[in-house]
Design a protein around this ligand. Structure first.
Ligand SMILES: [Ca+2]
Length: 362
């Protein structure tokens, strides 16, 4: 069906001409739809239609040859890196028609990362009942480091990644949600078994902390949560997320400030987690998927991570994780999101091309 949808979009002239097989040996990258302005996230619906968010505050559904804008979003602060960000199609969507979104919510004179739930109409044209179920504490001006990747845990709870909003010490301050991974129930409340529940000095939604700007997150086949985050210069990280753990920012880092100045206390400290992998030089990682499909049998368990800076997709493999491939083609210009589709293909959004692509062997 998805192949069919792509063919129809081509037939209707919604797409740029196919660029054919990529220069990268053994891979075929086909355009699915283009003309997007700062696309941020992909969501697959069970009827094989596809959602695409644009940071500027528009939501699209690509459906068997047609493109519809979906109405009914709440008020969104489009500022710097903020705007409409991730979309999550939960496993119970066929029964509930519920979708979850992260976005920058206006908060007084500033904006903060928020999670909203809304219901998609049966015809897929509109959202109703936009409801903010969670938002970070208000008061942050500036447009940096919203984080905002949204993952449904195996138990149905939601993980939300939150950047430190450019306020470095806040990532170590448990009384603030900046620089953390948040875990909430479907109604936005923090579950009773969250690690800092009951502490007067801590936000109960925090699951892990000491993060700088985590923009990618994914579960592996065992249901473990992994996060990829923008570090300082030479310090982008992949982290395996553990309950209550401190990932060190800004006390420890493999990077340096962009001024060249040293960060914090060095690269390690007792009580602070080491990354599973880090990039030096930085790649500005964004979306991430951990591959479990059948189309790429050699890529089982591999991490595919989009780079916003180096115009490639990084493939990481093994334990310990190593970077084994960089996929660099004209289509991989500023990759914001990357997902394994229901068809086992790798789907990704290029900000540079304003396009959605589907990558297969071939
Ligand atoms: Ca770290």
């Amino acid at each position: 069906m998805i192949r069919h949808a792509a063919a129809c979009l081509l037939a209707l002239g919604l797409l740029a001409p196919p660029q054919g097989a990529s220069a990268q040996t053994g891979l075929s990258i086909a355009p699915v739809a283009d003309g997007f302005d700062a696309p941020w996230a992909i969501g697959f619906l069970p009827d094989d239609s596809i959602l695409v968010t644009e940071r500027g505050g528009r939501l699209w559904r690509l459906d068997d040859g047609a493109r519809h804008e979906i109405a009914g979003l709440g008020q969104i602060a489009v500022t710097g890196q903020g705007g409409l960000l991730d979309v999550l199609v939960p496993r119970d969507f066929p029964e509930t028609r519920a979708l979850f979104f992260t976005y920058a919510k206006p908060q007084g004179s500033g904006a903060g990362t928020a999670v909203a739930r809304a219901t998609l109409s049966d015809d897929g044209r509109a959202l109703s009942g936009w409801q903010v179920i969670w938002e970070m504490e208000p008061g942050s001006a500036g447009g940096r480091h919203f984080g905002a990747r949204l993952v449904e845990a195996p138990d149905g709870h939601l993980f939300v990644t939150i950047g430190e909003r450019g306020d470095r010490p806040s990532a170590q301050d448990l009384s603030r949600q900046n620089g953390s991974v948040i875990r909430i129930a479907r109604d936005g409340t923090p579950p009773a078994d969250n690690p800092f529940q009951g502490r007067a000095d801590a936000q109960p939604g925090i699951w892990s902390y000491g993060h700088r700007n985590p923009q990618g997150a994914a579960l592996d086949a065992q249901g473990r949560l992994w996060v990829v985050e923008h570090g300082a210069r030479g310090g982008d990280e992949v982290n395996l997320i553990e309950k209550g753990a401190n990932y060190g920012w800004p006390v420890i880092s493999y990077g340096t400030h962009y001024s060249g100045a040293r960060i914090g206390e060095g690269t390690s400290k007792p009580g602070m987690k080491q990354p599973a992998f880090y990039w030096d030089p930085s790649i500005a990682p964004s979306g991430m998927t951990i591959y479990t499909g059948a189309l790429f049998p050699d890529w089982q368990g591999d991490f595919l991570i989009g780079s916003l800076k180096s115009d490639h997709i990084a493939r990481l493999s093994g334990d310990p994780l190593r970077e084994v491939q960089t996929i660099s083609t004209p289509e991989t210009a500023r990759v914001r999101d990357i997902r394994q589709g229901p068809d086992g293909a790798i789907w990704f959004l290029s900000v540079g091309q304003g396009a959605l692509y589907r990558m297969t062997p071939g």
